[in-house]
Ligand binder design. Structure first.
Ligand code: DC
Length: 674
């Protein structure tokens, strides 16, 4: 996950490859709750690991369910319709799929509960559900604003003989909540009548489908298209299906369907293949496929996979503008708003009023952020009208923008696709970790199938002499920006190490070069592996540094390591430290720093390091050592240690790591268009 303040996505040009989707949020949270309400154990496979499912699992544990996790498999020991703990205070984050159904289930089971969430959750409506539950006799108080969480639940006398009325035109989750809770008390037939037109009907279909898997056959008027009336038959009782599999998230699929529709295919792949959802999906958002096809996407499907490619020029590319009622795909439709940026005219997304009460007011948020990119947007109570950025005199009017994400995962995921803009501008996504709500590894998945021109992938070079602190600084900068990190010194250390092991003399340049070119090196977090062996400690010694300095003087070794170093330049960017990152390896890097510190200061730092490792040595010996190493690194024929002509000098003798990091980030920000 990108745990950074902002993530800059370089301009992307093509895409191809496979994406395996995380489990569906809607199905995961429904199944977890149904398993908890059932008799017996349920093993749920491919459960989504995300913020929303984490709060549900926590709540279920607090209520007395047993929860065992093994990778993406979760086994729930059900309560069998009886609460173990009749008192609890549950924090449900911003998960509507936890708040609404748990409110209904706990209100009917009886007990003393408090249900709360993050600030935005306390602005998301729940009044219609509370009204419906109060009709049944449930005790519910508002602890904050009437109509919104937090709530206090307490036991009341249930009256189940008259049909229960619930509004269906604000959130379909109110009806879902009742459908999942009422089987707990179905001693007689219980009828629900929906008041107002039911929105987001596909989510009710998911609910009915999953209820059936757990033994509950909800009745609707036979053979009709009537979605206003539902009956839970007398004697309904939850029964675990034993094992149940969560399909991939169809809303998450929409980003990769859109990606396939707007990105040119890479030479070696046949479009984007999405694994985990397909024609067998029970999720309504799978119908995003139809909308994407209308806009020109070429999509082939199997029961549980999709393959997408961009239409040919004039036949699906540029995309065709659409005018669409999106009521049936409320979440995935946000992705259409981004596809509209690549369309041949003005698109209108209609019947999307429910967007206003989601994670944020999504109509307002999308309008505001689309405008930043140069689109013309008209925003109505329940529609969005989007005209792509104009082309004036052959020049696209797209603008680079820092996209606000409003703690809304879908805003962040949608807008990442703006990086394919024809103007080849980078896009900044603020607070990218909000994708953790449903797709913690979204950006990793995006980068794994997207390509940028190499020269567009930023590299920040931090070169400098031994013990100048460049490694620590580079690692910090990389972490702040979510960039990859290359410790090029480690590659020379490894070359010397691997050569010695193979019995090759450190003077044999060509011999070491042959080994260096094919070393099976892997960087895993802070550890460095040669094949399966963790050699981090062995190559970090002073002696290994000296040996590295010797092998690094061979021109053959330097060129053998070139391709390996270049291979670190990957999306979304790289911070590389060494001696010649800016001068030789990445001469086109947009920011080069040459880090220095006084010889005394570097010796003191190294001294501290060695003492802490239990080595005894004197400050003076270290200083002499450092000077000898600098002299060799600076005087060698190939790529001697010296600042690149366009490098910025940073003397960190008196700076903390944090201050140096901020200085580099500040210089970097100054070179960005945001
Ligand atoms: O940064 P370090 O101490 O791990 O580097 C070990 C040696 O490798 C250093 O003395 C010189 C050499 N080196 C190099 O020549 N070029 C680089 N880009 C990095 C390191």
């Amino acid at each position: 996950m990108f745990d950074v303040e902002f993530l800059d996505i370089p301009p992307l040009v093509s895409a191809g490859g496979q994406v395996r989707l995380p489990g569906s949020k809607s199905i995961s949270n429904r199944v977890l709750l149904l398993a908890a309400l059932s008799h017996g154990k349920t093993t749920v496979k491919e459960v989504l690991a995300s913020d929303d499912t984490a709060v549900m699992l926590n709540a279920l544990e607090q209520l007395g369910c047993s929860v065992e996790k093994d990778g993406s498999t979760v086994t729930i020991g059900g309560l069998g319709g009886q609460l173990v703990h009749k008192k609890a205070s549950l924090f449900l984050g911003n998960a509507g799929t936890a708040m609404r159904p748990l409110t209904a289930a706990l209100a009917l089971l009886g007990g003393e509960f408090e249900l709360s969430g993050v600030a935005r959750m306390h602005e998301r409506p729940i009044g219609d559900l509370v009204e419906a539950l109060r009709q049944l006799g449930c005790g519910i108080d508002y602890l904050g604003n009437p109509g919104f969480p937090p709530l206090r639940l307490y036991p009341g006398g249930l009256k189940l003989d008259t049909p229960i009325q619930v509004r269906g035109d604000v959130s379909s989750q109110f009806l879902t909540a009742l459908l999942m809770a009422l089987p707990l008390v179905a001693k007689q037939d219980i009828s629900i009548e929906v008041v107002g037109e039911l929105i987001s009907r596909p989510y009710i279909e998911i609910t009915l489908n999953l209820l059936a898997r757990f033994g509950i056959q909800v009745k609707r008027p036979l053979g009709s298209d009537n979605w206003q009336s539902f009956t839970i038959p007398a004697g309904s009782r939850y029964q675990s299906p034993g094992e149940i599999h969560v399909e991939g998230d169809a809303s998450s699929a929409s980003y990769f369907i859109a990606l396939g529709a707007i990105a040119a295919a890479t030479k070696t792949t046949n479009g984007i293949e999405i694994l985990g959802v397909g024609t067998d999906s029970i999720q309504g958002d799978i119908r995003f496929v139809e909308a994407a096809r209308l806009m020109g996407a070429q999509i082939e499907s199997t029961p549980n996979s999709l393959r997408i490619s961009r239409g040919k020029p004039g036949q699906g590319w540029p995309l065709k503008a659409i005018d669409l009622d999106c009521n049936h795909i409320p979440d995935a439709a946000m992705t259409l708003a981004i596809m509209a940026l690549y369309a041949d005219g003005t698109s209108v997304l209609r019947n999307i009023a429910s967007w206003r009460v989601k994670e944020t007011d999504r109509i307002a948020a999308m309008a505001c952020e689309l405008r930043k990119l140069g689109a013309t947007v008209e925003e109505g109570a329940d529609f969005l009208k989007i005209t792509p950025p104009a082309v004036v005199g052959g020049v696209s009017q797209w603008a680079s923008a820092a996209i606000e994400t409003y703690d809304d995962h879908r805003v962040a995921m949608c807008f990442s696709l703006a990086a394919f803009n024809p103007a080849q501008l980078p896009i900044r996504i603020l607070d990218p970790k909000c994708v953790a709500k449903t797709f913690p590894d979204y950006f990793e998945a995006l980068f794994s199938v997207s390509r940028a021109e190499t020269h567009q992938i930023p590299v920040i070079c931090i070169d400098g002499p031994t013990a100048s602190g460049k490694g620590t600084l580079a690692a910090q900068v990389a972490q702040r920006l979510g960039y990859h990190f290359l410790d090029s010194g480690a590659l020379y250390r490894l070359s010397a190490f691997a050569a010695s092991r193979a019995g090759i003399s450190l003077d044999d340049g060509p011999g070491i070069a042959r080994i260096a070119a094919s070393m099976p090196v892997r960087f895993v977090s802070h550890q460095i592996y040669l094949g399966a062996e963790d050699v981090s400690e062995q190559i970090r010694t002073e002696a290994a540094g000296m040996a590295a300095s010797r092998v690094s003087a061979h021109a053959e070794v330097r060129s053998a390591l070139l391709a390996l170093q270049h291979s670190f330049r990957k999306l979304p960017g790289l911070v590389a430290d060494g001696r010649d990152m800016g001068s030789v390896i990445f001469p086109d890097a947009p920011l080069k720093i040459f880090l220095v510190a006084s010889a005394r200061c570097r010796a003191e730092r190294r001294h501290k390091q060695l003492i802490s490792k239990g080595n005894s040595t004197t400050l003076q010996d270290i200083q002499l050592d450092l000077e000898a190493r600098d002299a060799r690194d600076m005087s060698r024929q190939t790529a001697p240690l010296k600042p690149a002509d366009d490098a910025l000098l940073l003397d960190n003798s008196d700076l903390s790591i944090e201050k140096s990091t901020l200085q580099v980030i500040d210089w970097w920000q100054g070179r960005r268009p945001f």
